[in-house]
Write a protein that binds this ligand. Structure first.
Ligand code: C5P
Length: 448
């Protein structure tokens, strides 16, 4: 299971596996678009094996690329005007570049051989099935041999099960097809892709549907050169959600992450994992040295919600959470997670104040202690259990006191947090209210 998948109820988030700050997919896309656009493009921040392979391939298809200082200067062929490559395009294992080039070539009535890709299953089969939708002739001779249909046609494909690069390959196929190509993409699809396409003048729309995000491009339009700094494009959007236990922030955070196609980390699970490690070894919860060691060993890919959800683990978590060395170790991991493009929703107690003080949007989600106790009771009863309301309320108040009263990173709203009191809201109403806030804040940010 991949990193965020294990944190987000099994949904796929391969974007979360990339090291912070590098996104070869965006680099390759920038190189391909620069090689296609009419006029000159400057690209800063293009590096790595995939970037280099994409440049070589675009050169072989007629584009000009020249190294200028730290960046590249490209002269594109003009959209629809690629030349047939005289030799097979060699990718040397640069699979992202190979995938995008295969998509690009699939709507050209010429033979292109993609060689040296090491595409493994199921990515290879998924890509070939998608490419076949364009009407291209595909064969395995010498690698992957692609010959686009004589008369291209736009396609409507579902790429939700394929790797994000395969979805981007189909959008590139759409650039030389007449009309509108429509690609349904998975949750791990980088939101920077449509933005990058627009930078080169590609008409793109993004539509949220109940079954996912649909991206459409209009083909056979003129693309124009531009100036791109990839470091600026691959930044992460961070949404911080804080609040006391039972306010509804966990459910809300998951819904928001799904909706905005961001990764999700329930930071409470990281404190619970530390507590669980101590409990499992029979160690006292105030053993700071052991707790710090456990915190350093927390693996964000292996947080098992089923085990960590136990009430006793939550109680124990709020006790290890007062240990500064534990907080330091966990905060470092949480910040690393947040920095991975396309960004993340983190929920916890100190996200807006300590973990991500520069988050794009901060929400503080709360409800009265009575409402929270009532929700907890309903949850227990729904699972066939029974409990005493007064007992739960006392527990919640004690946990609030400990979380709000501790010296290190106490629970409190950040100064610039938006308060969301869900006492009188169900989850749908809370989700709508949260979306209104987030849309407004992100829209203002974009205009700056
Ligand atoms: O949210 P959850 O109930 O899983 O959190 C368990 C405990 O972990 C909290 O009561 C709190 O003491 C601690 N915690 C924290 N900082 C966070 C998340 C959780 O101190 N960011």
């Amino acid at each position: 299971m991949n990193l965020a998948g294990s944190l987000t109820d099994g949904s796929e988030r391969t974007a979360a596996q990339r090291p912070a700050g590098s996104d070869p997919l965006l680099g390759v896309l920038a190189a391909v678009l620069a090689g296609l656009a009419a006029g000159a493009t400057r690209i800063a921040g293009l590096s790595g094996r995939d970037g280099a392979a994409a440049i070589d391939a675009m050169r072989a298809l007629g584009a000009g690329f020249e190294k200028r200082g730290d960046g590249w200067r490209a002269w594109g062929t003009g959209n629809g005007c690629l030349l047939a490559a005289r030799e097979p395009l060699e990718f040397g294992g640069a699979d992202i570049a190979a995938t995008l080039l295969a998509g690009l070539a699939s709507t050209y009535d010429m033979e292109t051989v993609i060689a040296g890709a090491s595409l493994s299953e199921p990515d290879r089969t998924a890509l070939i099935a998608l490419l076949a939708e364009t009407g291209a002739q595909l064969s395995a001779a010498g690698g992957l041999r692609v010959h686009g249909a004589k008369v291209g046609s736009p396609v409507t494909v579902d790429a939700t099960k394929a790797a994000p690069q395969a979805a981007v390959a189909m959008l590139l196929a759409g650039l030389n097809a007449p009309g509108t190509t429509s690609v349904r993409v998975g949750r791990n699809f980088p939101r920077a892709v449509p933005a990058l396409l627009r930078r080169f003048g590609v008409p793109v729309t993004e539509t949220e549907t109940p079954s996912g995000l649909v991206i459409e491009v209009t083909g056979q339009t003129a693309l124009s050169g531009t100036t791109i700094d990839l470091a600026g494009i691959a930044t992460a959007t961070v949404i911080a959600i804080d609040g006391p236990a039972g306010g509804g922030k966990g459910t809300l955070a998951r819904r928001i992450a799904d909706y905005y196609h961001l990764n999700h980390l329930d930071t409470g699970l990281t404190y619970r994992a530390v507590a669980q490690a101590l409990l499992a070894h029979g160690l006292p919860l105030d053993n700071a040295a052991a707790a710090e060691t456990a915190a350093r060993q927390v693996d964000l890919t292996r947080l098992d919600r089923a085990v960590l959800a136990a009430h006793a683990v939550g109680e124990a978590a709020s006790r290890v959470a007062v240990i500064p060395a534990v907080r330091r170790a966990l905060v470092e991991k949480q910040r690393g997670f947040a920095a991975i493009p396309p960004g993340a929703v983190l929920d916890g107690r100190d996200i807006g104040t300590v973990v991500c003080p520069d988050a794009d949007v901060k929400l503080y989600v709360t409800a009265t202690a009575e409402v929270r106790a009532g929700r907890r009771l309903a949850e227990i009863e729904a699972h066939g259990g029974s409990a005493d309301f007064g007992q739960i309320l006392a527990d919640i108040r004690r946990r609030d006191e400990r979380d709000m009263g501790r010296a290190d990173s106490p629970l409190r709203p950040a100064q610039d947090a938006h308060l969301l009191d869900t006492s009188e809201m169900d989850i749908e109403a809370a989700f709508r209210a949260a979306r209104d806030i987030i849309d407004q804040v992100l829209a203002v940010g974009k205009r700056d």
